[in-house]
Design a protein. Structure first.
Length: 352
C-alpha cells in the first residue's frame, strides 16, 4: 500500500513538473506573440492607432492564456491536498494575475467588442443612428445610448487613398493637426507622442482649443490597431482615454491651463477596396467635461463638426509625395510601414 501511494505521489509530482514546463513554454510563446505582432498603426481608436494581428495576437495569445488556465484547472482536480496542491494554486494565481495575461484578455475583449460594434452598424438608420450630414463621399450619424446617457457618433465613407497612406497619416501623432483642423477656434492645436512601448501601441497627448469662454482641453489617448485583413478584410483601431498608468509608465497630468477631457470609446475601421481606395468608418464617444452645457447642445455642436476631420484625413492621405509623411514612411522608424505594405500586398493578391 505504501509503495503504491509513493508511486502515485511520484507520478503526480512528475505530472506537475511536466505541466509547469509546458506553462513556462507557453509563457515564452505568449511574450513572443505579444512583442512581435503588435505593430503600431495608432492604440487611436485599441487612441489613434496601433497594429496587432487579430490572428497572431488577439486570438493566438488569448488561446495560449486559456490553454494555461485549462492545464492548471485539470491539474488541481488531481492534486487534492498538501504542498503539491499549494504549489499548483500559487502557479494558478500567478497565471491569472499576470499583468501581461490581463492586458491580453482586456485588449482581446475590447477589440472584439469594437469589431462587433462596427459589424452591427450595417445600415446605420436601421440600427438607431440618426443621419446628421451627407456628402457624396461620406455620411455622419449620431445615436444616444440610454445605458450611459452618452451620445455616440459615426462617420462612414470612402477615401480615394491607399490604405498605407491612411495608416501613415493616422499614426504620425505630431502631424495630426494637418487633418484634425480647428474650426472657428474649436479644434486640435497640438498633438505629441508621449510613450510608445511597441510599434503597434502608443500614448498620445492632444491639446484642443475651445471657443471663449471655455478653457482649453487636453486628452491622453491610448491607441492600438488590429490587423484583421485575413478574418474580416479590414484594419481595426481602438482608442480610449489613458488611465493613470500606461504600461508601467505614469501618465502625466494635464497642463494647469487645460482641463482633461475623456474619450470613452473610439475606433476606426479601414477596409482596402483596391490599391488606391479605402472604405473607412469611425465611431467615437467623447466627453469634453463641460458640465454647464446641456448634452443636447454638445451633441448638436459635435454633429455639425464631426465629419470635418474625416474629410481632411481623406484629402491629406490622397498623395504623400513630397510631404513629411513620405519621408517618415521611408525611414520606417518602428517597422510599421514595411509590415503594413507586405500585409496589404498579401491581402489584395489573395482577393483578386
Amino acid at each position: 500500500m505504501m509503495a503504491e501511494a509513493a508511486t502515485a505521489t511520484a507520478g503526480l509530482e512528475n505530472e506537475v513538473k511536466i505541466i509547469f514546463e509546458k506553462l513556462a513554454d507557453l509563457e515564452k510563446q505568449i511574450a513572443l506573440v505579444f512583442s512581435s505582432h503588435k505593430l503600431l498603426v495608432v492604440r487611436c481608436f485599441e487612441v489613434f492607432l496601433g497594429f496587432n494581428s487579430l490572428t497572431s495576437f488577439s486570438n493566438k495569445a488569448q488561446k495560449k492564456v486559456e490553454e494555461g488556465n485549462k492545464l492548471l484547472t485539470e491539474l488541481l482536480s488531481k492534486v487534492s491536498s498538501g504542498d503539491l496542491q499549494q504549489e499548483v494554486l500559487e502557479k494558478q494565481k500567478f497565471w491569472k494575475s499576470s499583468p501581461l495575461h490581463q492586458q491580453i484578455e482586456q485588449e482581446y475583449t475590447l477589440v472584439h467588442a469594437l469589431r462587433d460594434e462596427f459589424q452591427a452598424v450595417g445600415n446605420p438608420q436601421d440600427c438607431g443612428w440618426a443621419k446628421v450630414h451627407e456628402e457624396p463621399t461620406l455620411t455622419s450619424y449620431y445615436k444616444f445610448d440610454t445605458r450611459t446617457s452618452r451620445t455616440h457618433f459615426l462617420i462612414k465613407g470612402t477615401m480615394e487613398a491607399p490604405l498605407l497612406n491612411v495608416v501613415a497619416v493616422m499614426t504620425e501623432v505630431d502631424l495630426w493637426p494637418n487633418w484634425f483642423p480647428s474650426v472657428a477656434y474649436w479644434g486640435l492645436s497640438k498633438s505629441q507622442l508621449v510613450h510608445r512601448p511597441s510599434r503597434v501601441h502608443f500614448l498620445a497627448q492632444m491639446m484642443l482649443n475651445f471657443p471663449w469662454p471655455l478653457t482649453p482641453r487636453e486628452m491622453m489617448v491610448d491607441a492600438f490597431g488590429v490587423d484583421a485583413l485575413d478574418e474580416l478584410g479590414l484594419v481595426i483601431v481602438y482608442c480610449k482615454s489613458a488611465s493613470d498608468m500606461f504600461h508601467e509608465f505614469p501618465v502625466p497630468a494635464p497642463p494647469a491651463s487645460h482641463s482633461r477631457m475623456k474619450l470613452n470609446i473610439g475606433g476606426f475601421m479601414v477596409r482596402p477596396v483596391n490599391e488606391k481606395q479605402c472604405e473607412v468608418q469611425i465611431i467615437f464617444d467623447v466627453d469634453p467635461q463641460i458640465k454647464y452645457i446641456p448634452q443636447k447642445l454638445l451633441t448638436t455642436i459635435l454633429s455639425f463638426l464631426c465629419h470635418v476631420p474625416f474629410k481632411q484625413l481623406g484629402v491629406v492621405s490622397q498623395n504623400l509625395v513630397g510631404t513629411e509623411y513620405e519621408q517618415r514612411v521611408k525611414e520606417d522608424k518602428y517597422g510599421l510601414f514595411t509590415f503594413a505594405t507586405e500585409r496589404l500586398a498579401e491581402h489584395l493578391a489573395s482577393n483578386k
